[in-house]
Write a protein that binds this ligand. Structure first.
Ligand SMILES: Nc1ncnc2c1ncn2[C@@H]1O[C@H](COP(=O)(O)OP(=O)(O)O)[C@@H](O)[C@H]1O
Ligand SMILES: N[C@@H](CC(=O)OP(=O)(O)O)C(=O)O
Length: 420
């Protein structure tokens, strides 16, 4: 059996859903489970809705209307019969959000976030499953929350692997024999049946979880790019396709921020030796990238750019050294504010980190750190990571840039820079 994953970009409009139908139809007769994300930028919209609801802002219902209208337009384009059951099912999914909005927020933010944001994936898969049925494919919609079980960490649910594997293995192999299965990426549930999410961009990870538990032959992630390139084409001209990639290189690239695949995706596949294909949903005949067990190293240097970085330098107020107890205290503060460290460097009396400038929680972190340390920070920096670097590649990215911090090991070079 195979697992396919379609992200938001692939189903951003009715044409995208039709294209998905075309791709899946070409695999008629194969055992297939497809994992789908929320359509287009729906998750961002629902995230804004949660923020506004939590602060009881006036435009909460406007945002809900926007989300409804966007999906209604897609449904109308796909199902000319206004009495088709999909209309009611989609409306009912949004009613779940309306019920929450009717009461002032009483539950913790992260819990409410998961209950609301998960609706994006529930709606998209409802539409897609009906569409695939309408074009003649025997399709079954599955609620991923019945299969992917997590702990209670809302917004970053940690998978309960044994329970998840048991649920998937007990139920899905039989179902796969008779029909195409359609389920949601990104969502799971706790043992008490509360919805959780797996972290932003987590649908790739969902596909890997299903594939690992089912012992799939392969996973294919369908993207708006020809495969994994040696840099994000949004930032870099003249990118090159990497036709084959080892699991290790893929883990390293995604860890440093290559957003084409979610970093947690690779490990479960590597453990079961399952090949991951990254292919274009626009040019489906193109071979794309295969990520598998291979001794080949990356054929070309690869670049990862992260803009909008904040460099925070942390110094003990009493001029003591940065040693284990300080480091452990510092990391626990980063963890408490859900802030991930992109690059770090320590000396005897200071510890410096570069993080994404995500706004409010960075402000809260700085306030918190200042209670115990002297803090300096610089904003507006750019972090450039080069895998398999050489002097030429470093020179290429440093044009009109000044290095603020630099780290190198045998394979990877990280440069924190400021534009001149
Ligand atoms: N090394 C890379 N190779 C290809 N694409 C990359 C790379 N790094 C970042 N990207 C970006 O990843 C995007 C696809 O991921 P994303 O937009 O999250 O898709 P989806 O919503 O389908 O999951 C591409 O449009 C591209 O801009
Ligand atoms: N919809 C979720 C999960 C996801 O993975 O989406 P995408 O596959 O479009 O990146 C998000 O936007 O975070």
């Amino acid at each position: 059996m195979q697992v396919f994953k379609f992200g938001g970009a692939s189903v951003k409009d009715a044409d995208g859903v039709v294209n998905l139908g075309r791709i899946v139809s070409a695999y008629r007769g194969h055992q297939l489970l497809i994992v789908v994300s929320a359509m287009g930028k729906t998750t961002n919209l629902l995230e804004r809705l949660v923020q506004q609801y939590f602060t009881q802002a006036d435009d909460t219902y406007d945002l809900l209307q926007q989300a409804k209208r966007y999906h209604e337009d897609i449904v109308q384009a796909l199902f000319p019969d206004g009495n088709h059951p999909v209309y009611n099912e989609v409306a009912n999914r949004f009613v779940e959000i309306e019920w929450i909005l009717e009461e002032p927020p009483m539950d913790p933010y992260d819990y409410l976030y998961d209950q609301i944001v998960a609706v994006g994936e529930l709606v998209s898969t409802t539409i897609i499953s009906h569409y695939l049925h309408a074009i003649g494919l025997t399709t079954k919609w599955l609620d991923a929350r019945d299969y992917i079980l997590t702990d209670n960490t809302h917004r970053e649910g940690r998978v309960a692997w044994e329970a998840t594997e048991a649920r998937i293995q007990d139920n899905l192999p039989d179902l796969l024999e008779h029909q195409l299965l359609v389920t949601q990426g990104f969502i799971g549930s706790t043992s008490e049946n509360f919805t959780t999410t797996l972290g932003r961009e987590g649908s790739d990870y969902s596909a890997a979880i299903f594939a690992a538990c089912l012992g799939a032959e392969s996973v294919t992630i369908w993207k708006d790019v020809p495969g994994v390139l040696n840099a994000d084409p949004k930032w870099f001209d003249q990118t090159e396709l990497i036709p084959e990639l080892s699991y290790l290189d893929a883990i390293e690239l995604t860890y440093y921020g290559a957003t084409v695949i979610h970093p947690k995706t690779i490990k479960p596949l590597q453990n079961k030796n399952i090949t991951l294909h990254v292919k274009s949903f626009i040019d489906i005949e193109n071979g794309g990238t295969q990520i598998r067990s291979t001794k080949e190293s990356l054929p070309v240097p690869s670049f990862i750019f992260k803009v909008n970085q904040v460099l925070i330098s942390i110094l003990p107020k009493d001029f003591s050294f940065i040693v284990e107890d300080n480091l452990s205290d510092i990391f626990s503060r980063f963890h408490a504010h859900k802030i991930k460290v992109n690059m770090m460097h320590n000396s005897a009396v200071s510890f410096s980190v570069s993080i994404d400038n995500t706004g409010d929680n960075v402000e809260a972190l700085l306030l918190d750190l200042r209670s115990r340390y002297d803090i300096r920070h610089q904003i507006g920096l750019e972090l450039i990571t080069i895998r398999y670097y050489n002097q030429q590649t470093i020179a290429r990215v440093l044009v009109e840039k000044e290095i603020i911090m630099e780290l190198k090991d045998s394979y990877t070079c990280q440069l924190l820079v400021r534009k001149l």
